[in-house]
Structures are given as C-alpha cells and as structure tokens.
Ligand binder design. Structure first.
Ligand SMILES: [Zn+2]
Length: 254
C-alpha cells in the first residue's frame, strides 16, 4: 500500500520536476499553472498531462503539431517513483526523517542532472538551497549525518573542487570544474558527510572517466560533471543502505 502511495506521489512530483527542468534554465516561473507546447503554443489539456501514461499514448509527440516531446518528461516521471521506492526499501520501509531528507536530495538531484546535461549549468537557485537544507537536516534529531560530519564533508568537497578547478585552469588554461560543480559538491557534503562525499567524488570520477573513454568524447567540447556527481551520490544513498539491509535479510533467513 505504501509503495502505491509513493509511486503515485513520485509520478506527480516527477511531472513538477519536469516543469522545473524546462523552465528554470530559461528563467520562467515554475508555479505558472498552464503548460503549453513550446512549438505550436497549444495549451496542453489535463488528459494529455497524465504522468507516464500520456507520454506513451501520445508516443512522445505533441497531440496537435506532432513535435517530439523531450525524453526527460518520460524518464523523470518514471525515475522519481522508482528511486523513492528504492529509498523507502533501503530504509527498512519506514517514513523516517532520513527518508524525507534523501527524498528531497534525490528530487533536487534529478532536476540538476537534466539541467546540467542539457544546458551545462547548475543553477544557484537549486544548489544553494540544497546546501542549506543539508545543514538543517544535520541538526535535526534522529538524522544520520551530524552537523560536524556535514560541515567537514561540505568544506572538504568545496575546497577540493576549488583547488582542482584552480590548478587545472592554471596548468592547462582550460576550465574543468565549474562554479556549479563546486556548489553541488558542497551540498552533497552537507547531506552525506565526509565519507559519503569522498565515495561520491571517487565513484563519479570513475564513471565519468569510463563514459569519456566509451564515447571517445572530444575533450575540447564541454563535458558536464554534475550529472555524474548526482549519479554517484544517489548510488551511495541507495546502495549503501540497500547492501546492508540485503546482507541483514540474508541472515534473517536462517
Ligand atoms: Zn505542439
């Protein structure tokens, strides 16, 4: 029953995140109620705006002019509930403060992932509040990362990225990590604490490197690191706990 509730909430929130992904980079209000097709400007009818189902029924195209709807609409509507359900399972199916903490982190993470992926920016509007929210959770009771670990995590991530960006720029005269990445790693530090931050940096760098090698990406081109940081940190949140609970449930069988 809880899973169904999370699924429905997840898809509804997911459609709101999609509005954020398309409107924040072009500085349009996310609370303005009506959505319309960006090409033919036709207002989207409520029955064409049902999460997941509408995208499939319309085969990913505008009902009026046939313009392709960006795939992120479908991906975010399906990924949000899946990630929230995995989070719920990994926290032993409890609606705890830790669940809400990481549900917020994953929500911001998904929006940042797609905005950075499409536009090569991580808006301050997202990264700065995320840092503050991380610290608020670190001083609440029954949280998992205390404010000391959050502070060390945020500061070390921030400084590490700042120095990397600075020296890389000095040596190669090219930009590597942007200001957005530096603020994002500070937010990750505030949420995950020092060990989670170090894990995220290591894991994200490895998958970024692997992706570069597979794609044989032209190094002159811009290569956003934010999406990898999001994947790395969400992997840490879900797998860290999931592996432990799988391990425990394995022994419960006996
Ligand atoms: Zn249209």
């Amino acid at each position: 029953m809880f899973y169904l509730i999370i699924f429905i909430f997840g898809t509804v929130f997911g459609s709101f995140f999609n509005v954020c992904i398309s409107r924040i980079p072009i500085k349009k209000s996310v609370v303005y109620p009506d959505s319309s097709c960006p090409v033919c400007k036709t207002k989207i009818k409520p029955y064409h705006n049902i999460p997941i189902i509408s995208y499939i029924l319309l085969k990913g195209k505008c009902a009026y002019c046939g313009t392709k709807i960006n795939i992120h609409y479908f991906l975010v509507e399906i990924l949000t509930p899946i990630l929230l359900i995995l989070l719920f399972i990994s926290l032993e199916a409890q609606f705890s403060i830790v669940f809400f903490k990481y549900a917020i982190f994953i929500s911001f993470g998904l929006i940042i992932f797609f905005i950075d992926f499409f536009h090569y920016i991580i808006p301050n509007k997202l990264s700065l509040p995320l840092i503050i929210i991380g610290f608020i959770f670190s001083i609440l009771p029954h949280t998992d990362v205390n404010w000391i670990s959050a502070g060390i995590g945020a500061l070390s991530g921030f400084l590490l990225f700042l120095f990397t960006a600075y020296f890389f720029q000095k040596i190669t005269d090219k930009d590597s990590l942007g200001g957005g990445d530096i603020k994002l790693i500070a937010a990750i530090g505030a949420f995950l604490g020092i060990w989670g931050t170090l894990f995220t940096i290591l894991f994200s760098s490895l998958i970024a490197l692997a992706t570069l090698l597979v794609l044989k990406h032209d190094r002159q081109k811009h290569f956003p690191f934010g999406p990898f940081l999001v994947v790395g940190s969400i992997f840490y949140i879900l797998a860290g706990n999931t592996l432990i609970s799988l391990y425990l449930s394995f022994f419960n069988l006996y």
